[in-house]
Structure formats: structure tokens, C-alpha cells
Design a protein around this ligand. Structure first.
Ligand SMILES: Nc1ncnc2c1ncn2[C@@H]1O[C@H](COP(=O)(O)OP(=O)(O)OP(=O)(O)O)[C@@H](O)[C@H]1O
Ligand SMILES: [Mg+2]
Length: 264
């Protein structure tokens, strides 16, 4: 049985790009033929299904945690990338406790056969049991000073719990008010940092419900994201000679037409 690599995509501040990064990382790994489960653990404002054009559901992670539905019943396949989604639900509830997350992770490990389990999280929530739950965390930040400062604070929490983490600086525009990679690195203790540029195609792809890594693989966002995809693929003995193309040929043809039309 495959032991999945559990990755927590996190931030203290909201709206920095966690869901965008989680969705694009997961689908890109899916297209490389890794078995991926993308979990939407944001039970207050779930967004993964929206980003992927999956119909809104009234059963999801909450029902699995409350033992009202099985994982198998709730998991949805995203046909284009071949990944599985554990959606959030429209039923409001409290954020999952450590115990609930532990049980969920146990279930996923026992019942699923995944290479990667990528967990999109709500902002500002750092469970104390993180090392027992995850192999690694990604901290997503923007280059704004306040966002970097809160990310460094989150990194210290992870350090305290001995959880390995890496930092992504998203929405980099290169203007003089932004902190530079060197400035951020000195505060972040020199661990891996990936810079992802601001790219207007991200919002276009979001409104089209197609991840930008699939819709516009040569966009500046996708090219930068590929560094991250390679980094995680390597954890499972990757071969990057695998091709990243939609699994469904009809969708592949439609995407080719969209790319030609919008020159992306
Ligand atoms: N690199 C980027 N370039 C342009 N727009 C981006 C980029 N990254 C994210 N966005 C946009 O920023 C908005 C917020 O992104 P997203 O929902 O992924 O953030 P989040 O951290 O998950 O938010 P929340 O904390 O509410 O869960 C979205 O509209 C998304 O399209
Ligand atoms: Mg989000």
C-alpha cells in the first residue's frame, strides 16, 4: 500500500493564493500520473470545487468527519487531471479539530491509495498536532511586509512542532514596495522559497473553472509553479519526462482552441 505524502497548504492571512496554489499543484501532479487527493478543509468558505468546476455538493469533508458518509461516497473525480477531490460542504460547521483531522488522515491512508494528499486550509489556523498529520507544510504569502511577517510567525509555529515547511511568495509584481527574495530569505532562515508572479490569466482561469497549469501551461504563473511541481514530484522519485496534458482528449481539443483564441 502506497504511503501518501501529506502536504498542508497554509497561511495566516487570507486571500494570498492558497487555494490557487493547492489546486494547480494537485492537478499538475495528477497530469504527471501521480495519484492525488485534494482535500478542501476550509469548511467555512470552501472553494476547491468552484476552482475546478465541480458541481456544489451537500456532502463533503464534514459528513466524512461526522461519520455520516464514507470517503468513497464523497470523493469526486476531476476528469481533466484524473485527481480525486474531497470537497468542502455547504453545511457550516466548526473548523476540524486535531482529533477529527487525525481520524480523517487515518481513513485516507487506510482506504485510499494516493501518492499525494494535498490539503487546502482556511487562513490562520494551525493545529498543534501538525507533525502527526502532515509530512510537510507550504506557507503561502504575498511579498507585502505584513503578509511576510505573519508567514514567518507561522513558520516559527511549525518549527516548534518540528514540521518541515517551505515558503511561496505569490503575486510578485516586482515593484519597489515589495520585499525582495533576499530580504525575505534572511527572515525565513534560508529554507526553500519559490516566487510566483502576479498573472492576470490566473483570475481568467479561475472564472473558467480550469486550473491555469492546464489552461495556459506556458503562462508566467505556470512556468514558476513547475518549479514547485518538480520539487514535490521528486519526493516520489519523479520522472519529469512524463507529459502534462489533459487526460480527456475532447477537453484537450477544446483547450487547444481556447489557447489559440486567447493566444495563451
Ligand atoms: N499569482 C496570481 N496572480 C494573479 N491572481 C492571483 C494569483 N494568485 C491568486 N490570485 C487570485 O487571488 C484571489 C485569491 O486567491 P485564493 O482564493 O487562492 O486565496 P486563498 O489564500 O485561498 O484565500 P482564502 O484565505 O480566502 O482561502 C483569487 O481571485 C485568485 O485568482
Ligand atoms: Mg482558499
Amino acid at each position: 500500500m502506497n504511503k501518501p505524502f501529506f502536504l498542508r497548504v497554509s497561511s495566516q492571512k487570507g486571500g494570498v493564493g492558497k487555494t490557487t496554489i493547492a489546486v494547480n499543484l494537485a492537478t499538475a501532479l495528477g497530469l504527471l500520473n501521480y495519484k492525488v487527493l485534494l482535500v478542501d478543509s476550509d469548511v467555512i468558505s470552501p472553494a476547491v470545487s468552484f476552482f475546478l468546476g465541480i458541481e456544489e455538493v451537500n456532502i463533503g469533508i464534514s459528513e466524512v468527519m461526522d461519520n455520516k458518509a464514507t470517503l468513497k461516497r464523497v470523493i469526486v473525480r476531476h476528469d481533466v487531471s484524473g485527481i480525486d477531490i474531497l470537497p468542502g460542504t455547504q453545511t457550516p460547521r466548526d473548523y476540524p479539530s486535531d482529533k477529527e483531522m487525525k481520524n480523517l488522515i487515518k481513513k485516507i491512508t487506510k482506504e485510499g491509495d494516493y501518492d499525494f494528499v494535498i490539503v487546502d486550509t482556511p487562513p490562520g489556523y494551525a493545529p498543534s498536532a501538525v507533525p502527526e498529520l502532515y509530512n510537510e507544510a507550504l506557507i503561502v504569502s504575498t511579498p507585502a511586509m505584513a503578509s511576510v511577517a505573519s508567514s514567518i510567525r507561522l513558520s516559527k509555529i511549525y518549527d516548534k512542532h518540528h514540521l518541515q515547511h517551505n515558503l511561496i511568495i505569490n503575486r510578485v509584481r516586482g515593484n519597489k514596495y515589495e520585499l525582495s527574495a533576499t530580504e525575505i530569505e534572511s527572515g525565513y532562515d534560508g529554507r526553500s522559497i519559490v516566487s510566483i508572479p502576479e498573472d492576470p490569466k490566473v483570475e481568467f482561469s479561475e472564472s473558467s473553472h480550469i486550473p491555469i497549469m492546464i489552461m495556459a501551461p506556458r503562462s508566467t504563473f505556470s512556468v514558476a509553479m513547475n518549479i514547485l511541481v518538480r520539487f514535490y514530484a521528486a519526493k516520489k522519485g519523479a520522472s519529469m519526462s512524463r507529459t502534462v496534458e489533459p487526460k480527456n482528449s475532447v477537453i484537450s481539443n477544446i483547450l487547444d482552441a481556447i489557447r489559440k483564441f486567447f493566444r495563451i
